[in-house]
Design a binder for this molecule. Structure first.
Ligand code: TRP
Length: 333
């Protein structure tokens, strides 16, 4: 791996199936970054258990996400694609960072507030200290840049605060990471409630398109997507449903929104929706084919995640050893 490339780390939680929103808003961009940067991408299964998970589902979701990453074209010769729980340094550094994180700062996290409302019977300590684990994910790799969506900015801020606090006490241990805002990043909204983000935890499956949804399902979900009554294919704030479909068409086809508007000038929503569905199918089909092949090739997938965990652990343990030494632990291994 080259020394002069900047380093990127990002991760996706292994809860629920991934959506078209995750693909167009995150994964597709990550694939585009992998040649210019040295990338570490993780499936964050440790984070997932802050909300109760069925073990079989967690296993399936973790593997699915891993295979989706591979299928979307992450080059694992030059980048590291790994499963978070395979690298024990994440849990170890998270513990240490917990001891440098204040209750007050954790209480201010909007994701904690949201999730504790949604899971009122299981407000556990892990959910509260989630940002310390995320900070560990990032700081272990001395990442320069972290691509995150709007909803994770606050967690990146606390990561930076923790890095500075730790460096302030012990000298330069951690690189202080910057957020990476992609030049083009589609923000895909729910098909049923276009005011809110398309989400894998949407209880209404018609609200989101799964990356692994089959063409017929995609067509039927797009057909049911909420629009409006004025019947004009135009991007506008007061037309969130149609605007979202335009964004999806544009992101899948590479055409600008203005060109898509022109293409459908004078057409009704029926025709437009049918074409949106076809663009999504075209966008996801090659990925789904590779995913199916990987599913038949378990040994290959296992080889990749085992080798990647080793590569990740090599980098992570270097940072962890330094931290252990700095805080005053006696070297024992
Ligand atoms: N918390 C992130 C999310 O829910 C996932 C995540 C875990 C992450 N560790 C990370 C993102 C490190 C960026 C960097 O989307």
């Amino acid at each position: 791996m080259s020394q002069d490339k900047k380093r990127i780390l990002s991760a996706i939680q292994a809860s629920g199936q991934l959506t078209l929103g995750n693909y167009l808003g995150a994964i597709k961009n990550w694939v585009a970054l992998q040649d210019e940067y040295e990338c570490f991408f993780a499936v964050a299964d440790l984070h997932s258990i802050t909300v109760r998970q069925d073990p079989a589902n967690l296993r399936k979701n973790t593997m699915d996400i891993f295979k989706i990453f591979l299928a979307s074209g992450i080059d694992t010769d030059n980048n590291v694609l790994f499963i978070q729980s395979h690298v024990s340094a994440h849990a170890e550094l998270a513990w240490i960072l917990n001891c440098y994180t204040y209750m007050g700062e954790l209480s201010r996290m909007t994701q904690f507030k949201d999730k504790s409302e949604r899971h009122a019977t299981n407000i556990n300590a892990g959910l509260f200290t989630y940002p310390a684990l995320m900070a560990a994910d990032i700081l272990l790799y001395q990442a320069d840049l972290v691509p995150v969506g709007q909803d994770q900015k606050q967690h990146l801020e606390i990561t930076r605060d923790l890095a500075c606090r730790f460096n302030g006490i012990y000298g330069d241990v951690f690189k202080v990471p910057e957020p990476y805002i992609p030049k083009v990043g589609a923000r895909i909204m729910s098909l049923q409630n276009p005011e809110s983000k398309m989400s894998k935890s949407d209880p209404n499956p018609n609200g989101f398109i799964g990356i692994l949804d089959k063409p017929d399902i995609i067509r039927s979900k797009v057909k049911k997507a909420v629009t409006d009554s004025d019947g004009i294919v135009r991007f506008s704030e007061d037309k969130p449903g149609v605007s979202n479909l335009l964004s999806i068409y544009s992101a899948c086809s590479g055409m600008s929104i203005a060109d898509v508007e022109k293409k459908f000038a004078g057409e009704g929503y029926g025709v437009f929706k049918a074409e949106v569905a076809e663009r999504i199918v075209e966008c996801l089909s090659p990925l789904q084919e590779r995913y199916d092949e990987l599913s038949k090739n378990k040994d290959y997938v296992e080889k990749i995640y085992r080798e990647s965990a080793e590569k990740a652990a090599y980098v992570a343990n270097k940072t962890l050893r330094k931290v252990y030494k700095k805080v005053g632990f006696i070297p024992g291994r």
